[in-house]
Ligand binder design. Structure first.
Ligand SMILES: [Zn+2]
Length: 393
């Protein structure tokens, strides 16, 4: 519902805020009422298939104002968000239980729901939050919708901005990215660089969470302990594992895109959809869940950073990238641990280097074989506001 225009990107500026001492509790109360109102609205919208603004307004607006005590503009933001959640749930063929928001997160429309003024964020209804820190790089672009989030005792306002989509340069070559469980290999026929994945480190936290969960589900501990304190601790470990991967995906993609930009190269990554699907079909386990998450986040960040920096991007069909000879196309044979050899032309290399060369070759052929007059690169369709998806669900 907040997608950017043709020539624009939507990005998010993170603003750390802190409520004025006398209205911290009031802001939290408002956010709790918003969450309850949101869950109520989602149920009503789904039950009545009220996916248009006018239908949702008719069914919900008065309730949200009167029963939940939301200021009118926040009530409008609330049913709009509920429509988006209901739509994506209805679209999902594998949908399970009806979606329920648990975290505290509130949509605000700019100008009506909130405004930024003199070092403060003011919410409609007279709430004031002091700005602690924020990224000023996009100050020249007007603020749009925003999301106020309360997590781990801190308030953060995510402000959406639209910035012009940078033009893409004509690439002088390709930087290929091969992704596997242990490492990311970045390179082409002349350079190669390897980055370890943090899967093992993240797994340690998930195992800690599991162990804790197992230990305290024993009846030796009283019900209160089993429910509250430990559950919070377990959730903390799960989140920690995800954060490790998210940080790594963001940093690694930044390195890749900077390298490409420096050399005026296009970035080519494999299409990971099939890989993620096959992980999903495995028996549920820590590792496959974390890996699927890691692959998705890395692909997301690479695509997004490429868009933001005007780096041409290719998404390559992965079939056979690590089993055919990048020089002559023959089927390779294994001659050692992750080591492959071409029976026809004699090329011998490590599995990951082979993949890099194949990805590079496929991207080059998509570019029309000519680097000086490249055809328009086949872009993946990056949804620019994937950051804006309701994260609390
Ligand atoms: Zn060969």
């Amino acid at each position: 519902m907040f997608a950017g225009g043709e020539g624009e990107l939507t990005l998010t500026v993170r603003v750390r805020v802190s409520p004025e001492p006398d209205n911290g509790q009031a802001v939290l109360d408002l956010m709790r009422r918003y969450r309850d109102a949101l869950n109520y609205s989602v149920r009503v919208i789904i039950a009545n298939r009220a996916l248009s603004l006018s239908k949702a307004h008719r069914l919900l607006y008065n309730d949200l104002k009167e029963r939940y005590g939301l200021p009118s503009n926040i009530a409008v933001g609330c049913y709009r968000e509920a429509i988006a959640i209901a739509k994506s749930w209805l679209r999902n063929p594998r949908r399970g239980n009806k979606p329920t928001a648990r975290g505290l997160s509130m949509w605000l429309t700019h100008g009506l729901g909130y405004r930024v003024k003199g070092g403060y964020v003011e919410l409609i209804g007279g709430y004031r939050l002091r700005i602690i820190s924020y990224d000023r790089r996009y100050d020249d672009f007007p603020n749009r919708e925003a999301r106020l989030v309360f997590r781990d005792g801190e308030f953060t306002l995510y402000v959406f901005k639209r910035v012009p989509r940078p033009a893409k340069y004509a690439p002088k070559g390709v930087l290929a990215v091969d992704i596997n469980e242990r490492q990311i290999v970045v390179g082409n026929s002349s350079v190669e660089q390897r980055v370890e994945t943090p899967i093992e480190r993240a797994l340690r936290y998930r195992r800690l969470a599991e162990r804790l969960q197992g230990k305290y589900s024993s009846t030796r501990y009283n019900a209160w302990l089993r429910r509250s304190g430990i559950r919070r601790r377990v959730r903390y470990f799960y989140r920690k594992a995800k954060n490790i991967i998210e940080d790594w995906a963001r940093r690694t993609s930044h390195t890749i895109i900077s390298l490409a930009k420096q050399g005026q190269l296009a970035v080519a990554r494999e299409d990971l959809t099939g890989l993620i699907e096959s992980l999903r079909r495995l028996p549920k386990g820590h590792k496959s869940a974390l890996l699927a998450f890691g692959y998705r986040r890395l692909a997301f960040w690479i695509d997004w950073q490429a868009e933001k920096n005007g780096v041409p991007l290719f998404v390559i069909e992965p079939a056979g990238t690590s089993s055919t000879c990048p020089r002559c196309g023959a089927e390779l044979v294994e001659v050692g641990y992750r080591r492959l050899r071409c029976p026809r032309c004699g090329l011998e290399a490590d599995r990951d280097s082979i993949a890099i060369l194949n990805i590079e070759r496929r991207a080059l052929s998509q570019m029309g074989g000519s680097l000086t007059t490249p055809t328009a690169p086949q872009m993946t369709d990056v949804s620019p506001n994937r950051w804006g998806e309701p994260s609390a669900l």
